[in-house]
Design a protein around this ligand. Structure first.
Ligand SMILES: *Cc1c(COP(=O)(O)O)cnc(C)c1O
Length: 406
């Protein structure tokens, strides 16, 4: 059926709601869910033409699915990319990008603080296929430059970093990558396109765990890769053959999530900033890691490349006897009554976790120290609850340190 042409130059808030609508002949206003594994043909000849790729159209949901396609087109529009390829999870998207685009002998320079399982891919799997990775500190441009080798193909980062909220300079690292004939990949999970569009800053590929903010309510696993059509065709071919396809049901949930993403990211950011500003004044809170605080070393850079500071912050705690250890952190976490004790993030529900014994628990002690993952560190993914209720929950944690919140 005919579609009205969307106007050009729409803002990300509008694209989140309006890009890539899909109306069937039933004219449903909400995007339909095509929960089907395969598609049927009018005739044997049509089936043959579809399989041969001589005629466009759906064949099988590992290849294409209309609901997944709407999610892909909408996210591509929001990121300002030519094409998006959706995956069953963020890790599937990351692994597919490496395996589809790299070959034995290639080299990656990556920021040290990337998602823990991404490190497992580097160490356990890419290494096995002859692809080496060098880890550097996110904010140390000289270290990135020094790590480049003739065979470096990718610079890879997350910004803000997890859990210490360090900021990487996307434009500077994109320039460095391009001068070297390499590509810059940004895992944009923590900001989402609502707050940061890495492609517009020069990055070549954006990766998402849709599981986090794109869903926003902790329901579905999903992932996505966005970039130039030619590169994404290679990623798509890999997906089609290897099969980590996004479920159409999950794509439909993410589509609904995208519609409220810009609104939610503003609210997450406002709550996180208010909580961070309150926490810095409290006893027992040694350090608050959040780029929205004016004394954060990369506050100005975050302000320049993000439209808000995001929903994740971390704190270092110290009890009334001056102990800044695992016991103090666990007592603080266990005293909260509102926040969910879970390592997930990007949910309407606030979550609280102890990185050193959960998300970063498998990393050896030396690497933990180098990355700043101390025993007293607590990460909070600030949700959408009322800010006064969140402060009151933090005050319970502070009381468990033997101190009284102000
Ligand atoms: C969760 C996460 C991933 C992995 O995504 P899954 O959907 O859990 O596979 C990758 N990168 C970042 C930054 C994440 O937070």
């Amino acid at each position: 059926m005919s579609e009205r042409q969307l106007p050009d130059d729409l803002s990300v808030e509008t694209l989140a709601i309006r890009a890539a609508q899909l109306h069937t002949d039933e004219m449903s206003h909400s995007e339909p869910l095509f929960l089907t594994s395969s598609f049927v043909y009018d005739s044997a000849a049509q089936a043959a033409a579809r399989f041969a790729g001589e005629q466009p159209g759906n064949v099988y949901s590992r290849f294409t699915n209309p609901t997944v396609a709407v999610f892909e087109q909408r996210l591509a529009a929001m990121e300002g990319g030519e094409r998006c390829v959706a995956f069953a999870s963020g890790m599937a998207a990351i692994t597919a990008t490496f395996l589809a685009l790299l070959k034995p002998g290639d080299h990656i320079v990556s920021s040290r603080g990337v998602f823990g399982t991404t490190n497992v891919i580097y160490e356990k799997y890419l290494k096995k296929f002859g692809i080496q990775t060098t880890l550097v500190d996110l904010a140390d441009i000289a270290a990135w430059r020094a790590a480049l080798r003739p065979e470096t193909r990718f610079l890879y980062l997350e910004t803000p970093s997890n859990p210490l909220a360090e900021i990487g300079d996307i434009r500077e690292l994109a320039d460095l990558a391009h001068a070297h004939g390499a590509e810059l990949i940004v895992d944009n999970c923590f900001c989402s396109p609502a707050l940061q569009q890495p492609l517009s800053l020069g990055a070549d590929i954006v990766i998402h765990s849709a599981t986090k903010y794109l869903d926003g309510q902790g329901r579905c696993l999903g992932g996505a890769v966005v970039g130039k059509a030619e590169r994404m065709q290679e990623v798509y071919s890999f997906l089609r053959a290897t099969g980590a396809a996004m479920s159409p049901f999950n794509a439909w949930v993410f589509l609904k999530g995208l519609e409220t993403l810009p609104l939610r990211m503003k609210a997450h950011s406002a709550n996180a900033l208010a909580l961070a500003q309150w926490l810095v004044q409290q006893p027992g809170i040694g350090k608050v890691h959040y780029a929205g605080l004016s004394d954060h070393p990369q506050h100005a850079l975050a302000q320049a490349q993000q439209s808000a500071f995001g929903g994740v912050l971390s704190i270092e705690v110290q009890d009334s006897d001056g102990r800044a250890d695992r016991q103090a952190a666990w007592r603080f976490i266990d005293a909260t009554r509102l926040m969910s004790i879970t390592a997930n993030l990007g949910d309407a529900k606030s979550t609280i976790t102890h990185p050193a014994s959960t998300t970063h628990g498998r990393i050896d002690e030396a690497e933990k120290r180098r990355s700043g993952i101390t025993e007293s560190l607590i990460r909070i993914s600030v949700g959408l609850e009322a800010i006064d209720d969140l402060k009151a929950d933090m005050a319970r944690g502070i009381a468990a340190l033997g101190l009284a919140a102000r």
